[in-house]
Design a protein around this ligand. Structure first.
Ligand SMILES: Cc1cc2nc3c(=O)[nH]c(=O)nc-3n(C[C@H](O)[C@H](O)[C@H](O)COP(=O)(O)OP(=O)(O)OC[C@H]3O[C@@H](n4cnc5c(N)ncnc54)[C@H](O)[C@@H]3O)c2cc1C
Length: 392
């Protein structure tokens, strides 16, 4: 791996930094929108990214991209997440980072023509309908049913933890189309319009005080057969594309770089009596976090570099996800401890240091080791694919 960014990459980083400073007012770092105002702000910002071709810059030109490298795209994501800005069509870049690439890899020509341009233009928001009450880590256990009826499927079932459902135009769903087949072989991958009759959702309150994710219900929802992605009953293999893409850690790297910079700036403003001078444990911990972020950053760029080399990242993405999410929790812990009682104040509380972001981030990052596949599951993948151990 080449650890240097090209001069053009470095110039692009400066360009996107200047753009973010001018165009993005700041956010909370939560990937899910929980108000109309946030939604409008994110849409307007993403359209500006799209106008510059930055939203899908690593996509091929024929699908609305710029044919740029994945490293360049990772720079864009890192800088956006550093500024707590969105990166593309739903939580964590659902549309640009997951659905678009899955459609490119498995879609028909008609699907590519129909679904990719609105994503590249920043016009649509997607959410993910994979998990169910009895299918999380064991995702192939999904029970939502997709029954063939003429040229359509009829969808019935219950999804859970659907980030961003209330603000999504589309949802990508894993559903059981052959209940008799072995569990991995009877699943189909459907692309469903969220305005379809029979879809409802209700928010799941989070400990951060926000409502970014939902339970989603499908009751006799008719899905045209044209919206089947890949082959019927072979949706599991399409899902493995999406799941792999979800794990690269670059978004979280940008976020924790920002948290550490904010914390270091804050402690620098404290009076000498409170500042963590040598040999304060906080001072040493901040340095330790700086080292971890450096490691996390290169693990994430390694995934992008592999993609540019034409290799589909495998356990490398799990290594990146596992390391950065645990580093994030350690940093969040340091932040609330370093700020004392005030560090636990809620977001926006009067007098809260860092506007309450330390306490908020502590709560927010709690799910990072769970969402996008738990870290135990990532460790299983690393053991199996990275170390050649038997399947766990
Ligand atoms: C904030 C947040 C947002 C999310 N957004 C979405 C979304 O938009 N769409 C969506 O579909 N899903 C979403 N999810 C769901 C997420 O993918 C699941 O929570 C995750 O896959 C774990 O599933 P589970 O919660 O059912 O836990 P379980 O699978 O029940 O796991 C419980 C515990 O058992 C451990 N465990 C399970 N199996 C193994 C094993 N084989 N080896 C070792 N340990 C194991 C797990 O690691 C975990 O600690 C989100 C979750 C969160 C927290």
């Amino acid at each position: 791996m080449d650890f240097r960014f090209t001069p053009a990459d470095a110039a692009f980083r400066q360009e996107i930094r200047a753009f973010l400073q001018a165009e993005w007012p700041g956010g909370t770092g939560d990937a899910s929108v929980d108000s109309d105002e946030e939604y409008r702000q994110e849409r307007a910002f993403e359209k500006k990214l799209a106008q510059r071709g930055w939203l899908t810059m690593a996509w091929p030109r024929e699908h609305g991209g710029q044919g740029a490298s994945h490293v360049r795209q990772a720079i864009m994501k890192e800088e956006c997440s550093y500024c707590r800005a969105p990166v593309g069509g739903g939580p964590g870049g659902q549309a640009t980072g997951l659905v678009g690439p899955a459609v490119m890899a498995h879609g028909t020509d008609e699907q590519k023509r129909r679904l990719l341009p609105p994503i590249a233009a920043g016009e649509v928001v997607w959410c993910q309908g994979f998990s169910e009450p009895d299918a999380g880590s064991d995702l192939a256990a999904v029970q939502t049913r997709a029954e063939r009826s003429g040229d359509s499927y009829v969808l019935n079932g219950h999804k859970v933890w659907t980030s961003g459902a209330a603000y999504a135009d589309w949802i990508h769903v894993l559903a059981r189309s052959d209940p008799e087949a072995p569990k991995h072989k009877g699943i189909s991958y459907l692309l469903v319009d969220m305005r379809s009759p029979g879809i409802s959702y209700r928010p799941i309150p989070e400990m951060t005080g926000r409502a970014g994710f939902y339970e989603t219900f499908f009751e006799n929802v008719v899905v045209p057969r044209d919206n089947l992605l890949g082959e019927e009953n072979r949706g599991w293999y399409v899902a493995t594309t999406t799941l792999g893409l979800e794990r690269s850690g670059i978004l979280r790297v940008g976020a924790i770089r920002r948290s550490l910079d904010d914390l270091a700036s804050y402690v620098n403003t404290l009076s000498a009596r409170h500042r963590p001078d040598h040999p304060s444990p906080t001072r040493l911990r901040l340095a330790e976090h700086r080292i971890e972020i450096e490691v996390a950053r290169w693990l994430a760029y390694r995934v992008a570099w592999l993609q540019d080399a034409g290799v589909t990242p495998s356990y490398e993405a799990s290594v990146s996800k596992t390391f950065v999410t645990e580093a994030a929790q350690r940093l969040a812990n340091t932040a609330v401890n370093a700020l004392g009682l005030a560090g636990a104040l809620a977001l926006g509380s009067p007098g809260a240091p860092l506007e309450g972001l330390a306490g908020f981030t502590y709560l927010l990052t709690a799910h990072w080791t769970i969402s996008a596949g738990t870290n135990e599951v990532q460790r299983n993948i690393i053991a199996q694919r990275g170390l050649g151990l038997p399947r766990g």
